[in-house]
Design a protein around this ligand. Sequence first.
Ligand code: PLP
Length: 404
Amino acid sequence: MRLPIYLDNNSTTPLDPRVLEAMMPFLTEKFGNAASRSHAFGWETEEAVEKSRASIAKLIGANLKEIVFTSGATESINIALKGAAEMYSEKGNHIITAATEHKATLDSAKYLEKHGCTVTYLPVDKFGAVSPEQVKAAITDKTILISLMHANNEIGTIHPIEEIGKVAKEAGILFHVDAAQTAGKIPIDVEKMGIDILSISAHKMYGPKGVGGLYVRRTNPRVRLSPVVHGGGHERGFRSGTLNVAGIVGFGKAAELCSQEMAQEAVRVSALRDKLKNALFSQLDELFLNGDPIKRLPNNLNISFAFVEGEALMMGLKEVAVSSGSACTSASLEPSYVLKAMGVGEELAHTSIRFGLGRFTTAEEIDFVIEKVVGVVKKLRDMSPLYEMAKEGIDLKSVQWTTH
Ligand SMILES: *Cc1c(COP(=O)(O)O)cnc(C)c1O
């Protein structure tokens, strides 16, 4: 077993060696520009790009003509929101999203608010989910887009996308889904789920960083989006710029592997996750699970360890790479906005740790992590007067704290 152990797969995943192998020729001898139509160097890379497009389309039940390559889910989400807002500005200016979305969505929405859009940020329930009824109630005659994540990157909660898709269809409103956490992890079918636009990222599914995809429905309805990046009209005008061929080939290989292995992998990884969860909950008290107990990503576990500072816990867990709060906001000391939106108090939010398991996580690693976490939490609590008071039955809320 190699240390440190990587348990931050909701942040990024390692490249699968089979993906690297598929990419290598395109980083060396096969260097042609996929847009070069006049010679064999271009033809061979174009063919490889189209093969990848087909693999990605297959993973989400789409047609290959509906896949646009981008630099990642952040860019895809920007195109979905800004592109729809501009293209459909005659129809309306209202967008519906949720308070717990990824910053790529929230910051794009904020930008659009400065440019004439109105945005509804739906609140979430205690498990971090929005309901189809909430979405329906938020629709106005000016609504042009509903944008929600399939599963949350911090707490793993999976949204009822198919039901929300039905609401969107009935109202004739475009539905964009941020599937960065779910593509290649759990099944996605854009037809069955009524999705019109979908954002995905290669590096969350054992592919390379800096490449992603945007699904744009071509029939029933035919979705149009104004481009964000202008240039040579690549990718049917949705996203100009010379294609990252090696990255796209890796993305395609990653999608192919996920299509083949996703079902068994979800069973194996969720069993390890459940083992970790059950062991921690049986050996420690005052733990709180964040996110939905059932409707959650197979690889995600998020726990608040009351009376333990999340940062101190992470310091004690040097051999285990996890994140406290969101990976994307861990540079700040603000508690996670996702936990806040779910109604988790500031105290408990600060004690939260996200464990993100993955394809390469082993049973041996999980055993090590259980032993480490239990040991560190017990040690920190032994030094905590608050924990001691709570155990003596003192209601901490009744204590009169003096400040200087
Ligand atoms: C990682 C992630 C993104 C951003 O993807 P990048 O490819 O890193 O830009 C967006 N949404 C969610 C839910 C994510 O997990």
